[in-house]
Design a protein around this ligand. Structure first.
Ligand code: TYM
Length: 338
């Protein structure tokens, strides 16, 4: 098994990232190590320049996100933890795959459509070709599994399409150049929604900080955000089926279940028939007690810039070593003289 996944170092790590992806990264790093496999997790800083950004903030956010991942349990001695910019092979492979990726495939990406909106002509080329870089990120390491939230599923399918076409066009039948990666999406937390709008995903780019729980929020902030979270006037139902058509209630129950590691029906067995006046404080306290140790570690790790730089440098060295053979075979398959 070879696990690969990434996160953009823009803004804070939020509860959607944590429950949708990072918690699985931590779980899988141990499973994979026990099987003698390898996990690689990276800060997608090259992806972050696809939209307007402030260079000095990107640098700080990269270190901050590194501290947050280690605080969540990513162990740099067990996993390869690095940032893309220190492993130029990601950008190199992206170009080599650009001859295989089709315009029509990229045009269908919902994230491109959502982010570009009506102003496609004014977007950077990088925003359009972003999924090819994402394909390069995983194919470079022959990833077998990619733990992500549901919003990344389409990008992973594209990576498989690119790999398949490249193998068909340039690989030998008995020796494909790329492994086809499988997405791993946690069913209980595939899509954590905004606290202000049950139809929008929780996101770093939402202008309202009240829409998300950041892993760096203190206890008072978490309690205040949950208290103000949008709900409806009904009491909670006694089973999951009763949450149909109640997006905000379903989201809060989903967050409770994912955080406590129990089913939504188990949550409703306890809180069904009660209003949000009882449920919200319980959810707030669960979040505070679960996130407090992460928060404390984060604050400590964040202060030591040198240690964070050293973690990334060590990870990048290992990543470059692991990427070398695949990149060499891609050049050879394409007939490029190196
Ligand atoms: P990013 O930085 O937006 O998010 C990082 C991870 O968090 C998951 N996630 C969520 N899961 C559930 N509910 C939510 N509300 C939620 N919001 C975010 C995302 O699905 C993701 O797993 N393009 C990627 C980064 C990337 C990548 C890759 C991922 C670059 N290269 C290669 C995997 C493999 C992104 O912008 O994720």
């Amino acid at each position: 098994m070879r696990i690969v996944s990434g996160i953009q170092p823009t803004g804070n790590l939020h509860l959607g990232n944590y429950l949708g992806a990072i918690r699985n990264w931590v779980r899988m790093q141990d499973e994979v190590a026990a099987q003698g496999g390898q996990s690689l997790y990276f800060l997608a800083d090259l992806h972050a320049i696809s939209q307007p950004h402030v260079p000095s903030e990107l640098r700080e956010n990269t270190l901050e996100m590194t501290a947050a991942l280690v605080a969540c349990g990513i162990d740099p001695d067990k996993s390869v933890l690095f940032n893309q910019a220190q492993v130029p092979m990601h950008a190199e492979l992206q170009w080599l795959l650009s001859g295989t990726a089709r315009m029509g495939w990229l045009n269908r990406m919902t994230q491109w459509k959502d982010k570009a909106g009506k102003n496609r002509e004014g977007q950077s080329v990088a925003l359009f070709t972003y999924p090819v870089l994402q394909a390069a990120d995983v194919l470079l390491y022959q990833a077998t599994h990619v733990p992500v939230g549901e919003d990344q599923k389409q990008h992973l399918e594209l990576a498989r399409d690119i790999a398949q076409k490249f193998n068909n066009d340039f690989g030998a039948e008995d020796a494909p150049v790329f492994t086809l990666p499988e997405p791993i999406i946690p069913p209980e937390a595939a899509r954590i929604m905004s606290l202000r709008d049950g139809s929008a995903k929780m996101s770093k780019s939402d202008p309202s900080d009240m829409s998300r729980i950041n892993l760096t929020d203190d206890a008072d902030t978490i309690m205040a955000k949950i208290k103000k979270a949008k709900t409806d006037p009904e009491a909670l139902p006694s089973d999951k089926a009763g949450l149909k058509g109640r997006a905000e209630a379903a989201n809060l129950v989903g967050i409770y279940a994912a955080m406590a590691g129990i089913s939504q029906d188990a949550v409703l067995a306890e809180f069904g028939g009660h209003g949000f006046g009882k449920f919200k404080p319980a959810l707030g306290e669960l979040l505070v007690s679960s996130l407090a140790p992460i928060n404390a570690r984060f604050v400590e790790l964040r202060q030591d810039r040198e240690a964070l730089d050293a973690v990334l440098a060590k990870g990048a060295l290992k990543a470059r070593e692991l990427a070398g053979p695949t990149l060499a075979s891609v050049y050879a398959a394409l007939g490029l003289v190196r």
